[in-house]
Structure formats: structure tokens, C-alpha cells
Unconditional design. Structure first.
Length: 54
């Protein structure tokens, strides 16, 4: 019985670790999306400046 409980606790621990890693990846993904938006905005701004002759 103790082995079964230990096995289940290990599985639970693995799932918790996976969830933490997944959440960390989600945060990184959101930051990449934000950075991509910032870069696009800067590129658009430069295009507007170039078209105005600046």
C-alpha cells in the first residue's frame, strides 16, 4: 500500500512540476507576443517617418 501511495505522490509531483513549467512557458509566450507587437509598432513608426521624408 505504501508503494502505491508513493507512486501516486510521485505522479502528482511530476504533474505539478509540468504545470509550473507550462505556466512559465505561457509567460514567455506572452512576453514574445508583446515584444513582437512592440517591434511591429517601431517598424510602422519608421515607415511613417521615412514616407514623410524624415
Amino acid at each position: 500500500m505504501d508503494d502505491a501511495l508513493g507512486d501516486r505522490m510521485k505522479v502528482l509531483s511530476d504533474h505539478i512540476e509540468f504545470a509550473r513549467e507550462w505556466k512559465a512557458l505561457e509567460v514567455v509566450r506572452e512576453e514574445i507576443i508583446n515584444l513582437y507587437g512592440l517591434v511591429e509598432g517601431l517598424q510602422d513608426s519608421r515607415k511613417e517617418d521615412t514616407s514623410r521624408g524624415k
